[in-house]
Design a protein around this ligand. Structure first.
Ligand code: PGA
Length: 249
Protein backbone atom coordinates (compact mmCIF):
# COMPACT_ATOMS: atom_id res chain seq x y z
CA UNK A 1 0.00 0.00 0.00
CA UNK A 2 1.28 3.39 -0.99
CA UNK A 3 1.16 5.90 1.85
CA UNK A 4 0.31 9.47 0.89
CA UNK A 5 3.00 11.93 1.90
CA UNK A 6 2.17 14.61 4.43
CA UNK A 7 4.21 17.77 4.66
CA UNK A 8 3.42 20.07 7.56
CA UNK A 9 4.81 23.46 8.46
CA UNK A 10 5.33 24.13 12.16
CA UNK A 11 5.28 27.90 12.44
CA UNK A 12 6.11 27.79 16.17
CA UNK A 13 5.78 31.22 17.85
CA UNK A 14 6.10 33.18 14.63
CA UNK A 15 3.70 35.31 12.57
CA UNK A 16 1.15 37.77 13.87
CA UNK A 17 -2.34 37.28 12.43
CA UNK A 18 -1.65 39.90 9.74
CA UNK A 19 1.70 38.38 8.86
CA UNK A 20 0.09 34.95 8.77
CA UNK A 21 -2.46 36.02 6.18
CA UNK A 22 0.30 37.61 4.08
CA UNK A 23 2.37 34.41 4.24
CA UNK A 24 -0.63 32.32 3.13
CA UNK A 25 -1.04 34.62 0.12
CA UNK A 26 2.68 34.39 -0.70
CA UNK A 27 2.68 30.58 -0.51
CA UNK A 28 -0.71 29.93 -2.10
CA UNK A 29 0.47 29.00 -5.61
CA UNK A 30 3.83 27.64 -4.49
CA UNK A 31 2.37 24.89 -2.28
CA UNK A 32 -0.11 23.58 -4.84
CA UNK A 33 0.32 19.82 -5.29
CA UNK A 34 -1.72 16.69 -5.93
CA UNK A 35 0.99 14.46 -4.50
CA UNK A 36 0.93 15.22 -0.80
CA UNK A 37 -1.21 16.52 2.03
CA UNK A 38 -0.08 20.01 3.02
CA UNK A 39 -0.69 21.39 6.51
CA UNK A 40 0.13 24.68 8.23
CA UNK A 41 0.39 24.27 12.00
CA UNK A 42 0.01 27.79 13.30
CA UNK A 43 -0.14 29.75 16.58
CA UNK A 44 -3.59 29.80 18.23
CA UNK A 45 -4.40 33.42 17.34
CA UNK A 46 -3.57 32.76 13.69
CA UNK A 47 -5.95 29.81 13.35
CA UNK A 48 -9.11 31.72 12.45
CA UNK A 49 -7.54 34.04 9.85
CA UNK A 50 -5.42 31.21 8.36
CA UNK A 51 -8.43 28.89 8.02
CA UNK A 52 -10.11 31.73 6.12
CA UNK A 53 -7.00 32.46 4.03
CA UNK A 54 -6.55 28.85 2.84
CA UNK A 55 -10.22 28.22 2.04
CA UNK A 56 -10.59 26.61 -1.37
CA UNK A 57 -6.90 25.60 -1.52
CA UNK A 58 -5.15 22.27 -0.89
CA UNK A 59 -3.88 23.42 2.51
CA UNK A 60 -5.31 22.17 5.82
CA UNK A 61 -4.73 23.88 9.13
CA UNK A 62 -3.23 22.39 12.28
CA UNK A 63 -2.72 23.64 15.83
CA UNK A 64 0.59 23.46 17.66
CA UNK A 65 -0.88 22.35 20.98
CA UNK A 66 -4.17 21.74 22.83
CA UNK A 67 -5.41 20.75 26.27
CA UNK A 68 -7.07 17.43 27.11
CA UNK A 69 -10.12 18.81 28.90
CA UNK A 70 -13.15 20.01 26.89
CA UNK A 71 -13.79 23.23 28.77
CA UNK A 72 -13.67 24.86 32.18
CA UNK A 73 -11.31 26.57 34.58
CA UNK A 74 -8.01 26.06 32.72
CA UNK A 75 -6.89 29.63 32.17
CA UNK A 76 -4.86 30.06 29.03
CA UNK A 77 -5.62 26.65 27.52
CA UNK A 78 -7.45 25.75 24.30
CA UNK A 79 -9.61 22.65 23.85
CA UNK A 80 -9.80 20.19 20.98
CA UNK A 81 -13.46 21.13 20.50
CA UNK A 82 -12.50 24.79 20.04
CA UNK A 83 -9.95 23.79 17.42
CA UNK A 84 -12.42 21.62 15.53
CA UNK A 85 -15.04 24.36 15.55
CA UNK A 86 -12.46 26.81 14.19
CA UNK A 87 -11.75 24.50 11.22
CA UNK A 88 -8.56 22.80 12.46
CA UNK A 89 -7.86 19.24 11.24
CA UNK A 90 -4.49 18.37 12.77
CA UNK A 91 -2.75 19.04 16.08
CA UNK A 92 0.91 18.70 16.98
CA UNK A 93 1.25 16.86 20.28
CA UNK A 94 4.44 16.47 22.27
CA UNK A 95 6.81 18.66 20.30
CA UNK A 96 10.21 18.54 22.02
CA UNK A 97 9.93 22.25 22.79
CA UNK A 98 6.75 21.55 24.76
CA UNK A 99 8.25 18.51 26.45
CA UNK A 100 11.33 20.51 27.43
CA UNK A 101 10.27 24.14 28.11
CA UNK A 102 6.74 23.37 29.32
CA UNK A 103 7.48 20.09 31.06
CA UNK A 104 4.87 18.06 29.19
CA UNK A 105 5.37 14.41 30.12
CA UNK A 106 4.18 11.23 28.43
CA UNK A 107 1.22 10.76 30.80
CA UNK A 108 -0.09 14.21 29.85
CA UNK A 109 0.62 13.66 26.16
CA UNK A 110 -1.26 10.37 26.23
CA UNK A 111 -4.32 12.25 27.51
CA UNK A 112 -3.93 14.82 24.76
CA UNK A 113 -3.66 12.14 22.05
CA UNK A 114 -6.82 10.44 23.37
CA UNK A 115 -8.70 13.73 23.45
CA UNK A 116 -7.57 14.73 19.97
CA UNK A 117 -9.03 11.51 18.54
CA UNK A 118 -12.20 11.85 20.58
CA UNK A 119 -12.78 15.32 19.13
CA UNK A 120 -11.99 14.28 15.55
CA UNK A 121 -8.52 15.81 15.18
CA UNK A 122 -5.57 13.99 13.65
CA UNK A 123 -2.61 14.06 16.05
CA UNK A 124 0.91 14.65 14.79
CA UNK A 125 2.73 13.02 17.70
CA UNK A 126 6.37 14.05 18.03
CA UNK A 127 9.21 12.00 19.42
CA UNK A 128 12.98 12.31 19.32
CA UNK A 129 16.22 11.89 21.18
CA UNK A 130 18.79 14.34 22.55
CA UNK A 131 22.35 14.38 21.23
CA UNK A 132 23.50 12.76 24.48
CA UNK A 133 21.02 9.92 24.06
CA UNK A 134 22.16 9.37 20.47
CA UNK A 135 25.80 9.32 21.52
CA UNK A 136 25.04 6.92 24.36
CA UNK A 137 23.32 4.55 21.91
CA UNK A 138 19.86 4.63 23.51
CA UNK A 139 18.01 6.45 20.70
CA UNK A 140 15.65 3.64 19.77
CA UNK A 141 15.01 2.57 23.37
CA UNK A 142 14.04 6.14 24.22
CA UNK A 143 11.79 6.60 21.20
CA UNK A 144 10.06 3.27 21.76
CA UNK A 145 9.38 4.33 25.33
CA UNK A 146 7.89 7.65 24.15
CA UNK A 147 5.69 5.97 21.52
CA UNK A 148 4.50 3.21 23.84
CA UNK A 149 3.68 5.62 26.67
CA UNK A 150 1.99 8.21 24.46
CA UNK A 151 -0.21 5.60 22.73
CA UNK A 152 -1.57 3.78 25.79
CA UNK A 153 -5.24 2.97 25.11
CA UNK A 154 -5.15 4.16 21.49
CA UNK A 155 -6.69 1.67 19.05
CA UNK A 156 -5.13 0.22 15.90
CA UNK A 157 -7.68 2.06 13.79
CA UNK A 158 -6.76 5.37 15.41
CA UNK A 159 -3.04 4.77 15.00
CA UNK A 160 -3.59 3.92 11.32
CA UNK A 161 -4.99 7.40 10.75
CA UNK A 162 -2.45 9.40 12.76
CA UNK A 163 0.91 10.95 12.03
CA UNK A 164 4.10 10.40 14.01
CA UNK A 165 6.94 12.89 13.60
CA UNK A 166 10.48 11.75 14.34
CA UNK A 167 12.44 14.84 15.28
CA UNK A 168 15.94 14.38 16.69
CA UNK A 169 16.26 17.27 19.14
CA UNK A 170 19.85 17.98 18.05
CA UNK A 171 18.61 18.57 14.50
CA UNK A 172 15.84 21.06 15.32
CA UNK A 173 16.61 24.62 14.32
CA UNK A 174 20.33 23.85 14.26
CA UNK A 175 20.87 23.40 10.53
CA UNK A 176 22.17 19.92 11.47
CA UNK A 177 19.92 17.49 9.61
CA UNK A 178 20.04 13.82 10.46
CA UNK A 179 21.54 11.91 7.55
CA UNK A 180 18.95 10.20 5.38
CA UNK A 181 20.24 6.88 6.77
CA UNK A 182 19.81 8.01 10.39
CA UNK A 183 16.35 9.38 9.69
CA UNK A 184 15.25 6.27 7.79
CA UNK A 185 16.63 3.95 10.47
CA UNK A 186 14.63 5.56 13.26
CA UNK A 187 11.46 5.98 11.18
CA UNK A 188 11.67 2.26 10.37
CA UNK A 189 12.25 1.54 14.06
CA UNK A 190 9.07 3.44 14.89
CA UNK A 191 7.14 1.45 12.28
CA UNK A 192 8.50 -1.80 13.72
CA UNK A 193 7.44 -0.66 17.18
CA UNK A 194 3.90 0.01 15.91
CA UNK A 195 3.85 -3.45 14.27
CA UNK A 196 4.80 -5.03 17.62
CA UNK A 197 2.24 -3.01 19.56
CA UNK A 198 -0.56 -3.49 17.00
CA UNK A 199 -0.13 -5.37 13.73
CA UNK A 200 1.51 -5.07 10.30
CA UNK A 201 -1.48 -3.40 8.66
CA UNK A 202 -1.43 -0.61 11.26
CA UNK A 203 2.33 -0.19 10.88
CA UNK A 204 1.95 0.02 7.11
CA UNK A 205 -0.78 2.63 7.38
CA UNK A 206 0.63 5.06 9.95
CA UNK A 207 2.41 8.02 8.40
CA UNK A 208 5.82 8.85 9.84
CA UNK A 209 7.43 12.23 9.19
CA UNK A 210 10.99 13.35 9.69
CA UNK A 211 11.59 16.78 11.17
CA UNK A 212 14.72 18.76 12.01
CA UNK A 213 16.29 21.25 9.62
CA UNK A 214 14.35 19.99 6.60
CA UNK A 215 14.98 22.38 3.70
CA UNK A 216 14.57 22.68 -0.06
CA UNK A 217 17.93 20.99 -0.57
CA UNK A 218 17.48 17.85 1.55
CA UNK A 219 13.72 17.18 1.32
CA UNK A 220 13.83 15.03 -1.82
CA UNK A 221 16.41 12.62 -0.37
CA UNK A 222 14.68 12.35 2.98
CA UNK A 223 11.21 11.86 1.54
CA UNK A 224 12.46 9.19 -0.88
CA UNK A 225 13.26 6.86 2.03
CA UNK A 226 10.88 3.93 2.32
CA UNK A 227 9.73 4.72 5.87
CA UNK A 228 9.68 8.54 5.67
CA UNK A 229 6.25 9.77 4.66
CA UNK A 230 6.94 13.49 4.60
CA UNK A 231 8.21 16.13 6.96
CA UNK A 232 7.48 18.45 9.85
CA UNK A 233 9.18 21.65 8.82
CA UNK A 234 9.99 24.55 11.15
CA UNK A 235 12.15 27.42 9.88
CA UNK A 236 11.77 26.64 6.18
CA UNK A 237 7.95 26.63 6.42
CA UNK A 238 7.97 30.42 6.86
CA UNK A 239 9.42 31.17 3.45
CA UNK A 240 8.88 30.53 -0.23
CA UNK A 241 11.17 27.49 0.18
CA UNK A 242 8.23 25.64 1.68
CA UNK A 243 6.77 25.45 -1.84
CA UNK A 244 9.93 23.66 -3.00
CA UNK A 245 9.75 21.26 -0.07
CA UNK A 246 6.13 20.43 -0.82
CA UNK A 247 7.00 19.95 -4.51
CA UNK A 248 10.21 18.07 -3.70
CA UNK A 249 10.07 15.60 -6.59
P1 PGA B 1 13.28 23.13 12.05
O1 PGA B 1 12.14 22.72 13.12
O2 PGA B 1 12.81 22.66 10.70
O3 PGA B 1 13.39 24.62 12.15
O4 PGA B 1 14.53 22.41 12.48
C1 PGA B 1 11.44 21.50 13.00
C2 PGA B 1 10.47 21.37 14.14
O5 PGA B 1 10.83 21.67 15.29
O6 PGA B 1 9.31 20.92 13.94
Amino acid sequence: MERRKIIAGNWKMNMTPRQAVALCAELKDLVKTQEADVVYCVPAVDIVPVVEAVKGTNVEVGAENMYFESKGAYTGEISAEMLVDAGVKYVIIGHSERRDYFKEDDALLNKKVKKAFEAGLTPILCCGETLEQRETGVTMDWIRLQIKSDLVGITAQQVSSMVIAYEPIWAIGTGKTATTEQAQEVCKGIRDCIAEMYDNATAEAVRIQYGGSVNAGNAADLFAQPDIDGGLVGGASLKADFGKIVNYK
